[in-house]
Write a protein that binds this ligand. Sequence first.
Ligand SMILES: CCCCCCCCCCCC(=O)SCCNC(=O)CCNC(=O)[C@H](O)C(C)(C)COP(=O)(O)OP(=O)(O)OC[C@H]1O[C@@H](n2cnc3c(N)ncnc32)[C@H](O)[C@@H]1OP(=O)(O)O
Length: 213
Amino acid sequence: MTGAWTAMQRVFEERDRQDFDEVRIAGLAELAARVRELSELVVLTRADQSEVAVVAREVELLTRRLAEAGRGIPPGAQVGEGGIVRQLGSPVTGALNPLAPPIEISVSPDGTARSEFTLGVLYEGPPGFVHGGVSAMVLDHLSGVAASANGTPGMTAGLDLRYRRPTPLGVPLSAEAKAVRVEGRKTFVESRILGPDGRVTAEATAVFVMPTR
Ligand SMILES: CCCCCCCCCCCC(=O)SCCNC(=O)CCNC(=O)[C@H](O)C(C)(C)COP(=O)(O)OP(=O)(O)OC[C@H]1O[C@@H](n2cnc3c(N)ncnc32)[C@H](O)[C@@H]1OP(=O)(O)O
């Protein structure tokens, strides 16, 4: 039976054949950014009912225009030595995904993956604070990048989260993750999100397992 890793490689190879140059990516990223703004205003608008109905109709027409050139499969993931290096449709970092915040991640020479980002109203859980599932998503992904940077990429097998204090919405947050131990196919990664005051709001230990080929 084909393993998960081989199946994923096949998907990636298929998508690699798609025609995505940097100019096209920039254009689509601009579109995604505008849709993100629109989504936020859907939550925040005070427009009256008739105006909302008109806008809904206009958005429907715009959607139909894009559907005429729909292609059925999501944008590709670029794969490097350490696993995925860029995934344009990622719900966390994908510049082409309007649902993604999106967050940008850098990796320092010691293998620490870091990010600074702000999460707006679309990610609200408790009033005024970030949804716990969104924090988990960010830490899961950041930890995945740290596992890859360690040269031991894998699938998330476990994510043990502790929510220390509420994570505030609409203010600059930072997050970091680092691989701390490797045992066979398993890589253990520790991560955390910090509020603007530098205090930890959420922290996690994740286990990544390299799937069988
Ligand atoms: C620069 C940009 C980069 C970009 C990088 C992109 C980052 C993306 C980050 C997001 C990642 C995701 O969302 S991934 C999506 C969410 N995750 C998934 O869908 C995974 C679904 N699960 C699976 O496919 C499978 O269960 C696997 C592949 C994880 C493991 O299956 P397997 O290969 O059969 O392995 P298995 O025998 O079960 O376990 C292997 C070893 O791991 C241990 N193990 C298994 N689970 C756990 C666990 N929770 N905690 C501790 N240990 C565990 C087992 O005891 C065993 O230890 P021992 O006996 O060997 O000692």
